[in-house]
Design a protein around this ligand. Structure first.
Ligand code: 3Y8
Ligand code: NAP
Length: 243
């Protein structure tokens, strides 16, 4: 189950190893990156739908390489694999940690990020995508810079600028973007990985504060942080066919 840089790397490794695997997207974006594996796009239909899919397709191993904030998918994968007794591996990057020169304010969730904003008008780089924007709509004193994968039908917030771009991003580009928009602070999900970390290095270089949203809890399961560790896990579990 994909939708991250690590999932794309895993797909490449599995294809190169001649693995019999299928790559799964939720279908959140108009044109997801092509993968060197057969792809399926769309939800499974909850846990029951996933159980049915795994059984029908004869899946023997599941690699959950979804984003750390794709908590529902991870819960469903854990429940479905538990029901079928299938081995499940979470392929996930480590969370980001603040370094020297960072000015981070940790919050537990989206509501915490809303509460962390100042009352005085700010120009906020709200780099969390488009699915969790509603709680910010009432904060009309702030100007929000949004970076989305696909162009929205209408501006998602009353006081916002929208940039359409798909990562991975680079530091110079993110510094220029923040300076161009006069950004005073950033709100980010603690995604980890390289694909979205440029904005944090840009914030450090520009001396801007970051509101960092902690990852949601994940179920107990086997976890790997690298492709070699994933391949070892598959070998250890005599992988025949996985998703
Ligand atoms: C559909 C597949 C690859 C994977 C690339 C990574 C890196 C670039 C950075 C910012 C933050 C954000 C967002 C982001 C990044 C990678 C990775 C990552 C963040 C694609 C993709 C899909 C999605 C879904 C999309 C969400 C949105 C989140 C934008 C493809 C490009 C903000 C998460 O319009 C929407 O509905 C978008 C929804 C879920 C979060 C949200 O709640 O809005 N990702 N992102 C996947 C599917 O259908 O299953 O289209 O090609 C994948 C990637 N996005 O192959 O190299 O691994 O993290 N994705 C965040 O981390 O905060 C952007 O702008 O700085
Ligand atoms: P989510 O809230 O955890 O899951 C909601 C529902 O979307 C799931 O129950 C499932 O539907 C479907 N789904 C999610 N991921 C899927 C996948 N890879 N394959 C098939 N169905 C999937 O998911 P999300 O946070 O919206 O993330 C959706 C996709 O975007 C994932 O691939 C994720 O890796 C990627 N992504 C998310 C974020 C983020 O910030 N959330 C960031 C980067 C990339 P059913 O219940 O019908 O099976």
């Amino acid at each position: 189950m994909g939708g991250t840089t690590e999932a794309s790397l895993a797909a490449r490794a599995l294809a190169d190893a001649g693995g019999d695997a299928v790559f799964s997207y939720a279908g959140r974006t108009d044109a997801p990156a092509q993968q060197p594996l057969p792809m399926r796009v769309g939800g499974f239909g909850g846990v029951a739908g996933l159980v049915e899919y795994l059984r029908r397709e004869g899946i023997s191993h599941v690699i959950d390489a979804t984003h750390p904030f794709a908590a529902q998918m991870s819960r469903n994968a854990h429940a479905a694999c538990g029901a079928l007794g299938l081995p499940l591996l979470s392929l996930q990057r480590a969370a980001w940690a603040a370094g020297a020169g960072d000015d981070w304010h940790h919050v537990g969730d989206i509501a915490g990020a809303v509460a962390a904003l100042p009352s005085d008008p700010a120009r906020v780089f709200l780099a969390i995508g488009k699915q969790n924007l509603a709680p910010f709509a009432a904060l009309t004193q702030h100007h929000f810079l949004l970076r989305l994968v696909d162009a929205p039908a209408a501006p998602p917030l009353p006081n916002c600028s929208v940039v359409i771009a798909k990562g991975p991003f680079d530091v110079a580009g993110d510094m220029a973007l923040m300076q161009e928009h006069g950004i005073t602070q950033i709100i980010a999900k603690n995604a980890g990985g390289q694909g979205a970390s440029a904005k944090l290095e840009a914030a450090r270089a520009l001396g801007l504060p970051v509101v960092m949203i902690a990852r949601p809890d994940a179920p107990e399961r086997d976890t790997a942080q690298t492709i070699p560790a994933m391949m070892d896990w598959l070998a250890h579990h005599n992988a025949l066919r996985g998703v």
